[in-house]
Design a protein around this ligand. Structure first.
Ligand code: ZN
Ligand code: ZN
Length: 361
């Protein structure tokens, strides 16, 4: 708490190694706070940012997922998003983005995730704006993490959990007794599967890969059936196995969390007639894909997309943490790396050899 400088991983140019830099610790802004670095998650989005797939300013301090200790509260900051009192030393998580509150989606459509001027820590706040990662501005949703929570468990689904909370709370819920197929076995896929189990799904089938990720999901207690489509020589055979595992001509709900365009054409064939298809994973524009649109009509599917999340969904995720950690071994999904090994961590996320990399100070 007495340190005068903090370190951060900086993206200086696209497709170049990131650099660890030291910054003077700033003052807490009125209505905001400063936090001491503890745990920073690496997300698939960080890879896209590093590779220049998104239009962002550089240099940029990367990282939009964190769990930290409050260092100093700015004037006027006394509570977290739920109204609980906040003090220096409390452990918190915070929402990565702040909606503007005045554009048509914010003001008229009640859809702040679609905000036209959303500012996101670690994505579109340039370094010129100051080292944002230890300064939380007024308007940031901050939520105290329950005492005794394993920080690695909380970080395991740091971005994925709120993303899935948005999808299930606002777009298409999981209903009691449903059979759910989840496409994808990265953090978003595992969050979808775990939430579906908590919500009372009768059976959750995870189809993804590579096999190591599916094994990790199974040993954490996430998903009832695990099928490897990434390593399969005949994906059609795997899709047949998925349909057979649903036991009733398809799932009540298919949740796409794969992020690969071809998954959408496959997913349409995995839902039962009258079922639903919830598409979450296509977060970056990876191009066109072939689908058989007859599947949508003949199966009379509800096809629903879901984009990002707001602070409210982070609050829901943190509220669910006790139930999630009681049932699933979330901490086992995380591989921690010291901050100096940020390049190794990013490489491991890129090649899928870890499920979730978290940098620790
Ligand atoms: Zn993320
Ligand atoms: Zn807005």
């Amino acid at each position: 708490m007495t340190a005068r400088t903090g370190r951060a991983v900086v993206l200086e140019e696209f497709n170049a190694p990131l650099r660890l830099q030291e910054f003077p610790l700033p003052q807490a802004p009125d209505g905001g706070m400063t936090i001491a670095c503890g745990y920073g998650g690496i997300c698939g989005t960080d890879l896209h940012l590093q590779q220049g797939h998104l239009d962002i300013p550089v240099p940029l301090i990367l990282g939009h997922e964190g769990l930290e200790v409050v260092r100093e509260l700015g004037a006027g900051t006394h509570h977290d998003a739920t109204g609980a009192p906040l003090a220096a030393g409390d452990t918190v998580m915070w929402a990565s983005s702040i909606a503007c509150g005045v554009c048509p989606p914010c003001r008229l459509h009640r859809e702040p995730t679609l905000c036209e001027r959303r500012r996101t820590y670690g994505v579109n706040r340039a370094l010129a704006d100051g080292p944002e990662h230890i300064v939380l501005q007024p308007g940031t949703t901050v939520i105290k993490v329950p005492d005794g929570t394993n920080p690695l468990a909380a970080m395991s689904l740091a971005c994925a959990g709120p993303t899935v909370a948005h999808a299930l709370y606002e777009r298409r819920p999981v209903r009691l007794g449903e059979t759910v197929v989840v496409q994808g076995s990265g953090p978003v896929g595992l969050a979808a599967a775990a939430f579906a189990q908590l919500a009372g799904a009768a059976k959750v089938i995870v189809v993804g890969g590579p096999a190591g990720r599916l094994d990790r999901a199974a040993s954490a207690g996430i998903g009832d059936v695990h099928l490897d489509i990434v390593g399969a020589t005949d994906p059609e055979e795997v899709l047949r196995q998925v349909r057979a595992a649903t036991g009733a001509g398809g799932a009540d709900l298919v949740i796409e969390c794969a992020g690969v365009p071809a998954a959408v054409g496959q997913g349409l064939t995995l839902a039962r007639r009258g079922g639903s298809y919830l598409i979450i994973g296509q977060y970056t524009d990876a191009g066109d894909t072939l689908i058989n649109s007859h599947q949508i009509v003949h199966r009379q599917l509800d096809v629903v997309g879901s984009w990002a999340f707001t602070g409210a969904h982070l609050v829901e995720y943190v509220r669910l943490l006790p139930a999630l950690t009681a049932r699933f071994d979330l901490a086992s999904l995380v591989t921690p790396y010291p901050l100096e090994r940020h390049a190794d961590a990013l490489a491991a996320v890129a090649d899928g050899s870890v499920m979730k990399a978290v940098l620790t100070s």
